[in-house]
Write a protein that binds this ligand. Sequence first.
Ligand SMILES: [Zn+2]
Length: 600
Amino acid sequence: MKSLGLVFLFLAMNFLETHAYAQTTAAAEAQEFMNKAEAQLADLNVKVQRASWVQENFITDDTQAMAADAIDQVTAVTTALVEQAKRFDVLALPPELTRKFMLLKLSLTAPAPKDAALRREMTEIGVSLDGDYGKGKYCRKNGECLDITAIEKVMSSSRDPEELKEVWIGWQAIGPPMRQRYSRFVDLSNQGAREMGFKDTGALWRSNYDMTPEEFSADLERLWNQVKPLYISLHTFVRWKLAEKYGPNVVPPDGPIPAHLLGNPWAQQWGNIYDLLGVQEDKGGDSVNVTELLKKKNLDPKGMVKYGEGFFTSMGFAPLPSTFWERSLFTKPADREVVCHASAWDVDNFDDLRVKMCIQVRGTDFVTIHHELGHNFYQRAYKDQPFMFKNGANDGFHEAIGDAIALAITPEYLHQVGLLENVPEASNDIPELLKQALDRVAFLPFGLMIDQWRWKVFSGEIAAADYNKAWWELRLKYQGVAPPVERSEADFDPGAKYHVAANVPYTRYFLAHILEFQFYRALCRESGYKGPLNRCTFYGSKEAGAKFNKMLAMGQSKPWPDALEVLTGERQTDAGALLEYFAPLKQWLDEQNKGKKVGW
Ligand SMILES: [Zn+2]
């Protein structure tokens, strides 16, 4: 869209024209409208990327204001385009064009009212909530103040339940000041969604999956029921071991697990408490402690990223451009504030790929590097698509690509690239699978419940007066966890989670945790691998790479089941691959759990 003047030309159409002629003319005009909209949005998008890149790499009041201006402009333009495009709704357009108009409508995560003052108010609230979270700190009695990185560190390593409780409560205290603004944000965003023709913002989010919002909700329920028995087995085992460690007064052996004891401020991934579970490891072969392997090799952060790139190039993907190495941020600068939360960027919508990460030489960062590079290789694979299709097939796909690769970081792979000398015996598979499950399976109900809460907040089913009560009801229902102390509506615990404060949809992570196994299994099959799924790697398989690329290159040009089918031959998201991967662990857990109370 270069000029709004054009829009009014459509209104001057001669109503006496024959219907067919009018239809053809209007379709041509719709095409013209979309071409201009794409050009304008692509241009604005680059401006947002640049402003945000600078803001996140040099956090100051000025860079923050500049980023907010750029975002406000895209929101304003998109809102106007959606409004202007309404008159094409009645036309029968070619499928590709219809899809672009649909994606245009769905492109705003925070739809805003048309009224400029209200839109500005909403954007400012959004930025202030994000800022509140970013600046969030808990100051202890001795004057020591902990930011979220420090909080996470304590919660991952402390084994003193009183200290864990203190720090947990301290972090949740960033929530209450957000409450009023959050509620106002919900109202304003809902108004914007309604003006676009959606029931509310949650319905808009659920419309992003090539099916009706109701069908999507039902599909999530199906997936949750598929993985729930595995989660319950894990929950039962972990609760029993924690009850042994902390005693029945701290951990009721038949109730929910207290949320402060799981190694993470949100109890969303439990890998940090692996050492409390008392699992014997067979010492045959080398230890697969990736942190130690990286240190033994004297790898620096850039060297770790090279390994990540090497996995993709071994499958036939072209190496990353030289600008990637020049412009990315790999380590935390000593002299300025940056957003360390890892992210992948495609600044010019073509080749200007970057990651921004404060890499430490440790195993979890090695996995995160593969995750972020998955975004980058996806972005480059679909760079020749029109602007509206430059996206993941759905948002779960984008999150799952790099994690499918990360699953292939097996001992066999580490051996192949010279990081590990001797591959351990298969008898060590259970401890390895348990470590994986503590992060990837424990996450599932959390990944689901965030938006179960938020969709009900947007729809009004959860009233502002019940925000916190409803939050804990859902955490109990899905995760089987409970707060360590009584909570009330004077608290606002959802605000202590980044994606709520920053208004980032969350169901994508639930989907990704299922899709990554589905992609992984398909890539294993394509590479000709036969054997237990958890030992598969497809490093070096050009066949797997070619098939992967075929799906990635589609971007969002087709409904996501079409993309899924290209790689997997399946048209439904399916947790079957995840269950196959963890089958040996499930059997082992159920043997251990015999006689123990299951559920909460
Ligand atoms: Zn990601």
